[in-house]
Design a protein around this ligand. Structure first.
Ligand code: DGL
Length: 260
C-alpha cells in the first residue's frame, strides 16, 4: 500500500524528498492541488472543502497513510479529517518548539501563510510552547506564488523578503521558522538576507519521524520496490515536461537541504 503526501502545491515535495530518503522501500503518491493553490490566502471554509476533496480522492486510491505536507491545510482541516477517516494522518505545524528547544533565550520568527498565522492551531501551539513570549509571527503569502512560478532568487524575491523582514532587529533572534512547506525553496535567498546568528528551521524531519512512528504502530511499514506517482488535483501527471518540472523542484530541494 502507498503513502500519500498531500499539499496545495509543490511545497509538499520538500516532505516527499525527506520521506523517500528515510523510507527507501516504500511506494508514494504525491498530490499537489495545482488547480487551487494557493490555500494560504483563502478562507478557512474554502480550504476545508478543498482538503476534503483531496482526502476523498486519496482514500479512494487505498493509501495506507496521508501526510498533510501543508501547514495551512493542517491548520484548517486536519481535525475534521481525523474525525472522518481511520487511517494515520500526519499533519504539520510550524516548528516553533524545535526552534525554542535549540535556543530558549533569543527571539524566534515564524513565517507562514496568512491562514496558518491567523489560525487557532497556531495560537494553541504558541500558548503551549512559548512560555517566555519569544515567538513572533509574520505572514509571507507571496512566496507561495513565487515558488509555484519557479522564481526563487530573483531581485523581486530578494526585494520582497528584504522589505517584509526589515521591521525585525535580527541581532535579537536565534532562528527563522519556515512555517510553510513552499518556503523551503528559498533557503539560499533567506541566507542572503539574514545574519549568521539566525538559523533556518523547518519541520520536515519531525514530520517524517512521526510518519514512521505511526506506520510502525500499525505495522504498516513495507519493503517494496520504491516508486512515486504524481497527481495534480486528481489528474495523474504523466506529461514529460511536467515530470521534468517536478524533478527540477526536487533537485533544488536537494541543494537547499543542507542549508540551515
Ligand atoms: N505549502 C503550504 C503550507 O505549508 C501552503 C501554501 C499555500 O498557500 O497554498 O502552508
Amino acid at each position: 500500500m502507498k503513502i500519500a503526501v498531500f499539499d496545495s502545491g509543490i511545497g509538499g515535495l520538500s516532505v516527499l524528498y525527506e520521506a523517500r530518503k528515510a523510507l527507501p522501500q516504500e511506494e508514494f503518491v504525491f498530490f499537489a492541488d495545482e488547480d487551487n493553490v494557493p490555500y494560504g490566502t483563502k478562507s478557512k471554509e474554502e480550504v476545508q472543502a478543498l482538503v476534503a476533496d483531496a482526502f476523498d480522492f486519496l482514500v479512494g486510491k487505498g493509501v495506507k497513510a496521508i501526510v498533510v505536507a501543508c501547514n495551512t491545510a493542517t491548520s484548517a482541516a486536519v481535525t475534521e479529517m481525523r474525525r472522518r477517516y481511520d487511517l494515520p494522518i500526519i499533519g504539520m505545524e510550524p516548528a516553533a518548539k524545535k526552534a525554542l528547544d535549540m535556543d530558549g533565550e533569543h527571539r524566534v520568527l515564524v513565517v507562514a501563510t496568512p491562514v496558518t498565522v491567523k489560525g487557532n492551531k497556531m495560537k494553541v501551539l504558541i500558548e503551549h510552547v512559548d512560555k517566555q513570549h519569544l515567538v513572533d509571527l509574520h505572514p509571507l503569502p507571496r512566496l507561495v506564488e513565487y515558488a509555484e512560478n519557479q522564481e526563487f532568487n530573483s531581485q523581486a524575491v530578494l526585494d520582497y523578503l528584504a522589505r517584509e523582514l526589515s521591521v525585525y532587529d535580527f541581532s535579537q533572534y536565534s532562528s527563522l521558522v519556515l512555517g510553510c512547506t513552499h518556503f523551503n525553496y528559498f533557503k539560499d535567498t533567506f541566507r542572503e538576507i539574514l545574519p549568521g546568528n539566525v538559523s533556518l528551521v523547518d519541520g520536515n524531519g519531525g514530520t517524517v519521524r512521526e510518519l514512521i512512528r505511526r506506520l510502525k504502530e500499525r505495522n504498516l511499514l513495507e519493503k517494496n520496490a520504491p516508486s512515486t506517482e504524481y497527481y495534480y488535483s486528481g489528474r495523474r501527471v504523466q506529461d514529460k515536461e511536467e515530470l521534468h518540472r517536478l524533478e527540477s523542484y526536487l533537485q533544488r530541494l536537494g541543494r537547499m537541504y543542507a542549508l540551515t
